[in-house]
Design a protein around this ligand. Structure first.
Ligand code: BTN
Length: 247
């Protein structure tokens, strides 16, 4: 098993994100390891979580040593919408996954990264005092039987998709560098700044969806991070929620 210990990852860091680098072999959730007084870009990483958190109160499960489990502390400007951070991190995760697999990744609004129509990464943004902790879980080297069952959005790992065992340290370093770049762009110009990368990777566009009672065809992710749905001619903007979609 490869390692995400500081000696494997810190030499690969190229920017401010990942400093300081808080590492645990096992913890409850990396979301809980970052004190709000730490500098922006501080990252917490673990090989295993005993109570990994997913969106909407769900759990995030991953066999020890198979994944990237990472949380990053951000201090976004007050004029930005914090909900957009899931998409900002989604772009960074999609880019990192594409770099590792040489396959095109997509972003399923509001927080999933998809490869070959399967979820390989999820994002959880949690606000705390004046900071936001953005958690990113990437399924990297799980075998098929190690993946948790997920009835709504089928799960995969990079390994089950491309058949290769991936080194996690370079993937994590790439993720942190991509996140820093996307976040800096967003701070400066909002989602507008990242829109080319987002629009081109929009997984739901053109699919039949249902979001918290609104059903229709997904038109696009708009420039404020909402999902525009054509519900029989009426255009509805979903701010957040749980999406059911037609595969
Ligand atoms: C989701 O798809 O529901 C979001 C999953 C987020 C999982 C990551 S793993 C690292 C960080 N720590 C957690 O407990 N959750 C996030």
């Amino acid at each position: 098993m490869d390692s995400l210990a500081p000696e494997a990852v810190e030499p690969l860091l190229t920017g401010r994100f990942g400093r300081p680098y808080v590492y645990r072999e096992s913890c409850e959730s990396t979301q809980l390891l970052l004190d709000p007084s730490l500098p922006e870009g501080a990252a917490a990483v673990a090989e295993e979580q005993t109570a990994g958190r997913g969106r909407l109160g769900r759990v995030w499960e991953a066999t020890a040593g198979t994944s990237v489990l990472c949380s990053v502390l951000l201090r976004p400007p007050t004029e930005r919408r914090f909900a957009e951070l899931s998409l900002v991190a989604g772009i960074a995760a999609a880019e990192a996954v594409e770099g590792a697999t040489e396959l095109a990744a997509q972003i399923k609004w509001p927080n999933d990264v998809m490869l070959n129509r399967r979820k390989v990464a999820g994002i959880l943004a949690e606000a705390r005092e004046d900071v936001v902790v953005v958690g990113i879980g990437i399924n990297v080297n799980q075998t098929r039987i190690e993946l948790p069952p997920s009835p709504h959005t089928p799960a995969a790992s990079l390994r089950t998709i491309d058949g290769r065992v991936h080194e996690r340290a370079p993937l994590l370093a790439e993720l942190l560098a991509r996140l820093e770049r996307a976040y800096d762009g967003w701070r400066h110009g909002g989602l507008d700044e990242l829109y080319a990368g987002l629009g081109a990777r929009d997984f739901l566009r053109g699919r039949r969806v249902s979001v918290d009672g609104t059903s229709g065809t997904a038109v696009q992710i708009d420039r404020e991070g909402r999902l525009e749905i054509d519900a029989g001619g009426e255009h509805v903007l979903a701010e957040s929620g749980d999406v059911a979609y037609e595969r």
